[in-house]
Design a protein around this ligand. Structure first.
Ligand SMILES: *Cc1c(COP(=O)(O)O)cnc(C)c1O
Length: 345
């Protein structure tokens, strides 16, 4: 399928002339930096960071095996989510389609941009109905947001269902793969080149353990990445984020080791949780958290807070009645949770 990005873009974005920073226009070895009104003292913090993030992007490209022109780096993946709305969705007119329940930021970004959200419920087992999703598309639908593994349910959606949606829909399909490192289903990243309307979101906040750095990724065809780069804040990633990111990305084995530990802990946690009389159901998970249906979510949540243990009460979310979402922590943290829950029986 061919896709005319220009037709999909908002008119004002199509014609927008981006802010051009001094460092954008010059690439060489200068002997005096007198272009950006920086203070000459307090090196290296006195200098603006690289707006194109060349070194960090090159490293990400190596790790992900993706050309740099297909990579956007943002202040968390929340940044590209917002930018996609701003680039493609006309406020007060266009809409997006997504699933229910899912990650709350799609709606927040939609509401901020005055864009309507058409939510299609997942089944009671949180399975995707691709036909129902496609039926919710209107002529003003610009983006479909999918999340796999899905937050807060934890399960991966079927790749065959997502593929059908990518192939049938004429707008952008965003697949949020924030938890893909914990999941046996394959990432769509290796087949990115086959789908001009596909945007894949990933993050360094989960498996890579860098939530505090704020470093997220979007992968898409070059034209889409160019648009996001054109409308981002020029210096969206600080020197600290870029430097520390490069440093921490040197050790891929560390991430793999962490994932191995977390997956082992996850299985232990599931077995323990299943045995409690107040647990109705532990949902299958492909992520580093588990959704647990209980008889008394608020009571358990409050009790845990008093024990200084914080979990996420998702019981007020539609289709998550009774549910708590529990992240898999370190073996020590998980033992503290289990000991506290033992106190309830
Ligand atoms: C945690 C999470 C993210 C990551 O957000 P960052 O802004 O990169 O920290 C993205 N999508 C989903 C579904 C998440 O749960």
């Amino acid at each position: 399928m061919s896709l005319d990005i220009n037709k999909l873009l908002r008119e004002n974005i199509r014609t927008l002339k981006p802010y051009s920073s001094a460092r954008d226009e010059f690439s060489g070895e200068a002997v005096a930096f007198l272009d950006a009104n920086e203070n000459p003292y307090n090196s290296p913090w006195n200098r603006y960071p690289d707006p194109r993030q060349v070194k960090l992007k090159t490293r990400v490209g190596e790790i992900k095996n993706i050309p740099v022109q297909n990579i956007f780096l943002g202040n968390g993946s929340d940044e590209p989510i917002d930018l996609l709305f701003r680039a493609f969705c006309e406020p007060g007119k266009d809409n997006i389609v997504s699933i229910n329940p899912t990650y709350g930021m799609y709606r927040v970004a939609a509401d901020t941009n005055n864009v309507t959200v058409n939510l299609v419920p997942l089944s009671v087992d949180f399975e995707l109905d691709a036909d129902a999703l496609l039926a919710a598309v209107t002529p003003d639908t610009k983006i479909i947001f999918l999340c796999s593994p899905n937050n807060p349910s934890g399960n991966a959606l079927k790749n065959s269902d997502m593929l059908r949606i990518i192939e049938k829909f004429g707008g952008l399909v965003v697949i949020d793969e924030a938890y893909i490192d914990f999941c046996p289903e394959k990432s769509f990243l290796p087949v990115l080149g086959q789908f001009p309307n596909l945007v894949i979101l990933q993050t360094f906040s989960k498996a890579w353990g860098m939530a505090g750095l704020r470093l997220g990724m979007a992968f898409a065809k070059e034209q889409i990445i160019e648009v996001l780069s054109r409308i981002k804040y020029p210096y969206n990633l600080s020197i600290l984020t870029q430097q520390k990111g490069i440093e921490l990305l040197a050790d891929e084995q560390q991430k793999l080791d962490w994932v191995t530990i977390i997956l082992k802990e996850r299985e232990k946690m599931i077995e323990k949780l299943k045995k409690y009389p107040f647990v109705v159901k532990v949902y299958p998970t492909d992520a580093n958290f588990v959704l647990v249906k209980t008889h008394d979510p608020r009571g358990i949540y409050q009790y845990l807070v008093e024990e200084k243990i914080i979990v996420r009460d998702r019981s007020s979310i539609s289709f998550c009645e009774g549910c708590l979402r529990i992240s898999i922590g370190s073996p020590e943290e998980n033992a503290i949770l289990i000991e506290a829950l033992d106190g309830l029986i």
